[in-house]
Design a protein around this ligand. Structure first.
Ligand SMILES: [Zn+2]
Length: 117
């Protein structure tokens, strides 16, 4: 589902792909840079829960990284900066959004601090 945003500078309404949430986007009219609003954690969770991998890809875009677990049916799709941290009100840049996929379906979404490099 595309995100509708209104340019604060010129008032142009634009529709941008979901995967650009948290990114900068150039207004097609005045060429100013806008920030595409991020989702709250609850909104993100509600959007992806019980969805297939293909749907998740379409709804929130491809993951920034993919991890596996001991259980081979499970995959962890890691996203960064797609959600708002409720503690700070800012985009989650220091915490990963981890989407747990079991047998092709999303079964859980949780949030964890990024591992130190
Ligand atoms: Zn504009």
């Amino acid at each position: 589902m595309p995100v509708s945003i209104t340019c604060p500078k010129c008032g142009a309404k634009c529709s941008v792909p979901e995967e650009l949430r948290g990114c900068f986007y150039r207004c097609p009219k005045c060429k100013d840079w806008l920030t595409v609003p991020t989702l709250t954690r609850n909104e993100f969770r509600a959007l992806v829960m019980m969805k297939t991998k293909e749907e998740v890809n379409r709804i929130v875009g491809p993951p920034d990284s993919v991890g596996t677990s001991e259980d081979v049916r499970r995959e962890h799709w890691n996203y960064c900066g797609k959600t708002i941290n409720p503690a700070t009100g800012k985009a989650d840049k220091d915490e990963l959004t981890i989407v747990v996929i079991d047998n092709g379906f999303v079964v859980d979404v949780h949030f964890a601090p990024k591992a130190a490099p």
